[in-house]
Structures are given as structure tokens and as C-alpha cells.
Design a protein around this ligand. Structure first.
Ligand SMILES: Nc1ncnc2c1ncn2[C@@H]1O[C@H](COP(=O)(O)OP(=O)(O)O)[C@@H](O)[C@H]1O
Ligand SMILES: [Mg+2]
Length: 308
């Protein structure tokens, strides 16, 4: 992994929202991580930890307060030229949690999926446009007939497939999926995750897969980042995070996952983590390298203590 060049590099990203003269929400407060081509990076953390804000800052729905985001070798966190904007809008796509909210109810699926192609003039004829939409529909497990229907004629899982198709048709290098499966039934979640994995094998698209618990990212992710209060407290491969968690917050998240094996489940002890009482100050920690792509946010003293 490390010998490959990263597709996305996020360095010390901060996104602060000024609420009034006295108060600023530090939604994202110095986050650093990388995503490699074709991999899935799972970003987990409780509600309000800053996951969506990270996604939105990367894709430039927000202008970052500070820090740097480099995508395909192009810095996209500062002033964007027209060329860089087009690069960003075509090579990076987003899938949202609630497909109904972002699929125009008055438009047919054909036009919803072709929107990116329309905006960026990515076909030479109507025939080519139609064929591209049919190919993507097939890829996400829908039929050509579906192109003539409206979003309300689909189930939740099917609508999420439309959302995926709309992103995929651009043939992006990176898809940001912000809680894209959280609202679906558990059985449908598995289907959509499997679909995303299959597509990734064919297209080599990288995913930033955002979810609020570790059990959801476990299956799909190659690497995982654990976010808490706007800080990335730990990041590493799935194996590193699951078998060698260092940060107490990561450990508490892992201990909250119910185990399928009843004997193991009976012995499971849910660890509590109270930042306020822990004596930990995220602003004092640094990203300590533990080997590979495993990092933990800690002071030297904390690291000594946690590694024991
Ligand atoms: N546009 C905004 N203006 C002010 N505060 C915001 C804005 N967006 C998010 N926040 C705040 O930033 C924090 C992180 O939010 P968010 O990124 O949505 O978290 P998550 O996606 O992990 O639930 C929350 O405290 C939220 O209230
Ligand atoms: Mg969110």
C-alpha cells in the first residue's frame, strides 16, 4: 500500500463554523489521512463527530478553514481554477444518505443519471448518452426499462442504486459515500455494500465510506479512520484497527459491537469512554506512527500507557 502514490491526501484539515462573535464550532479540527487508488477508506465516529463535514470539505461544498487536500496531485483546498473545478466535479462524486432528497422527483431516472454527463458535455450523441445510462443501470443491477420511471416508483434500496449509478457514470476516481446505506434495512445494506465492492473490482474506484459504527465499515473497508469530536484519533488497516486498537475511544467502539458467537458475546464487556473525564486533550496529541499506515493521536505518555 505504502509504495503506491495516494489518490487523496488530507493534511491537517480544519473546518470551523463561526456561530456568532463569541462562539465557533470546530467541526473538523486538524485531520490527516490518505486514500490510495482503488481502496475503501471507512470513516467512523458517532453523530456530530464531523464525518459529513470532512466529506463536504473534501468535495468543496465548503471551503476548508485551513489545511490541505490534494487529489490526483492537484491541490483542491485553496482557490480553484476552472480546470481544477472541472477535474474535481468529474473525478470525485458523492452518494448521500437519503437518495430521495437528492433525486429530483420530477425527473426521469434517465435524466437524473445523465446529469453529470449533460453538465460536462461527455457524449457526442443522444444515442451515446442513452447507451451510457443503460450500461450503468445494468452495472448497479437495474434494467433499461427503469430509465423511464420516476424516483418515487422505486424502493429505498433501488433508489440508492440510482444514486450509485449517478455517481458511477462519471467514472470517478473517488466516491464519497456519506452514510449511504445507514437508512436501509440490514438485508438491503448488505446487498448495496456487495454491489459497491463488485463495482470497485471492475472500475478501481476508491471509496470514502462514511458510517456511524464500526460493524458497518468492517466488511467493506481496507483501511479505517476513527473520528471523535473533529479529531481523527486512530487510523490503520482494518486488521490493525480490529486486532490491535490503541486509542481508548477505538477500544470502546470495538467493545460495543455485539458478537455473533454467544459464548464470546456473553463475555463481552462494553468499555465506556468519557473524553471529559479521561484527562485526554486531543489538541496536545500528535499523530504517532505505529507501523504500516497505523497512526494514533496521542502524547508520548499516553502512547506508553495505551500500548501496555
Ligand atoms: N454548516 C454548519 N454550521 C454550523 N455547525 C455545523 C455545520 N455543519 C455541521 N456543524 C456542526 O459540526 C459538527 C459536526 O457535524 P457533522 O459533520 O454533520 O457530523 P457527523 O456527520 O459526524 O454527524 C456538529 O456539531 C454540527 O452541529
Ligand atoms: Mg453526517
Amino acid at each position: 500500500m505504502e509504495d503506491k502514490k495516494p489518490l487523496l491526501t488530507v493534511t491537517n484539515l480544519k473546518q470551523h463554523f463561526k456561530i456568532n462573535r463569541k462562539f465557533t464550532v470546530k467541526a473538523v479540527d486538524g485531520v490527516t489521512f490518505e486514500i490510495f487508488p482503488g481502496e475503501t477508506y471507512g470513516l467512523v465516529g458517532e453523530s456530530g463527530s464531523g464525518k459529513s463535514t470532512i466529506g463536504r470539505s473534501i468535495i468543496r461544498l465548503y471551503k476548508p478553514t485551513s489545511g490541505e487536500v490534494v487529489f490526483n496531485g492537484v491541490t483542491i483546498s485553496g482557490q480553484l481554477s476552472k480546470k481544477d473545478t472541472t477535474h474535481l466535479r468529474t473525478r470525485m462524486q458523492m452518494i448521500f444518505q437519503d437518495p430521495m432528497a437528492c433525486l429530483n422527483p420530477r425527473k426521469k431516472v434517465m435524466d437524473i443519471i445523465a446529469q453529470g454527463l449533460d453538465i460536462h458535455h461527455l457524449y457526442k450523441s443522444q444515442e451515446e448518452r442513452r447507451v451510457k445510462v443503460y450500461q450503468i443501470l445494468d452495472m448497479v443491477g437495474l434494467a433499461s426499462e427503469h430509465a423511464d420511471r420516476y424516483p418515487h416508483q422505486f424502493s429505498g434500496g433501488q433508489r440508492q442504486r440510482i444514486g450509485i449509478a449517478r455517481a458511477l457514470i462519471m467514472n470517478p476516481d473517488l466516491i464519497i459515500a456519506d452514510e449511504a446505506i445507514s437508512a436501509l434495512d440490514v438485508s438491503i445494506q448488505a446487498q448495496v455494500v456487495n454491489l459497491m465492492k463488485d463495482i470497485q473490482k471492475q472500475t478501481n474506484t476508491a471509496y470514502l465510506f462514511i458510517a456511524h459504527d464500526l460493524s458497518m465499515v468492517k466488511y467493506i473497508s481496507d483501511r479505517i479512520g476513527v473520528l471523535h469530536l473533529g479529531h481523527l484519533v486512530e487510523t490503520g488497516t482494518k486488521e490493525e484497527i480490529f486486532s490491535n486498537p490503541i486509542h481508548p475511544y477505538t477500544k470502546s467502539l470495538l467493545s460495543a459491537i455485539p458478537q455473533a458467537n454467544p459464548i464470546v458475546e456473553k463475555k463481552r464487556v462494553a468499555l465506556t469512554y468519557d473524553y471529559g473525564k479521561s484527562g485526554i486533550d486531543y489538541n496536545k496529541g500528535e499523530n504517532k506512527h505505529l507501523g504500516g499506515t497505523h497512526y494514533v493521536l496521542a502524547t508520548t505518555e499516553e502512547l506508553e500507557l495505551w500500548k501496555k
